[in-house]
Design a protein around this ligand. Structure first.
Ligand SMILES: [Zn+2]
Length: 231
């Protein structure tokens, strides 16, 4: 039995009608039907490449290789020509599939690198206890990574503030000097960048206060949670 030519199957996968001879053979031959299925899968994966897949450009050598292969056959303009010259259509599909493979492996690489990125190391941490009778508590930790030090504050279930917001402070142990380090958002979980050179040993107290839009940059003296960080 003479099986279908791969290039004929590729052209059919691209949407060209099959000749009667090929159609009859396909009806009788599971092997060629399976080859056709594979070409259809290649075409559909090549066509499913969207602009979003181009977030990371493949290395220049990939494009150079494709261009080098295409240039000598730049005069091929129709599927009939392609069928006559036999090679280009199959090659185009293989090139498109290759681009898909490159994009796929770039995506895989991205996943692997993001999951193995170093997690921040914890410099100091502690619990935050309720200060004003509101039954909430939280945690605070000073974390350090390659971008610097951050205060990670988590206070779940804080009630929304009327005409105001929650401000996070770091203070001396006796709370005589307080430095505002940022706002605790409605989620109750914020990672705030600490000023460079801010020493946890000098400012071990973390405080969250209710502040109002009153133009007063100082602490409102209305703390909701507070706690000492331990190194
Ligand atoms: Zn066959």
């Amino acid at each position: 039995m003479v099986h279908c030519d791969d290039d004929d199957l590729a052209v059919i996968a691209l949407g060209e009608p099959a000749s009667r001879e090929i159609e009859e053979h396909l009806q009788a031959c599971a092997l060629c039907r399976s080859s056709l299925d594979q070409w259809v899968a290649v075409v559909s994966s090549a066509r499913s490449i969207t602009p979003d897949d181009h977030l990371v450009a493949p290395p220049p050598s990939v494009w150079e290789g494709i261009r080098d292969e295409l240039e000598p056959r730049a005069t091929v303009t129709s599927l009939d020509d392609a069928r006559r010259s036999r090679r280009p259509v199959g090659w185009l599909l293989a090139a498109a599939a290759g681009v898909g493979l490159v994009l796929g492996s770039v995506a895989t690489f991205g996943l692997v690198t993001s999951s193995t990125a170093p997690s921040p190391s914890i410099v100091a941490q502690g619990g935050l206890d309720s200060m004003d009778g509101v039954a909430v508590a939280g945690t605070a930790a000073v974390e350090e990574d390659e971008t610097g030090r951050h205060l990670h504050v988590t206070v779940p279930d804080l009630p929304p503030v009327e005409d105001g917001y929650y401000e996070v402070w770091m203070a001396t142990a006796d709370a005589s000097t307080m430095v505002a380090v940022g706002t605790l958002g409605p989620s109750g979980d914020s990672i705030l960048t600490l000023p460079a050179g801010m020493n946890v040993a000098d400012f071990p107290l973390v405080d969250v206060s209710v502040e109002h839009f009153d133009g007063n940059p100082g602490h409102s003296a209305q703390s909701v949670v507070r706690g000492l960080l331990a190194t």
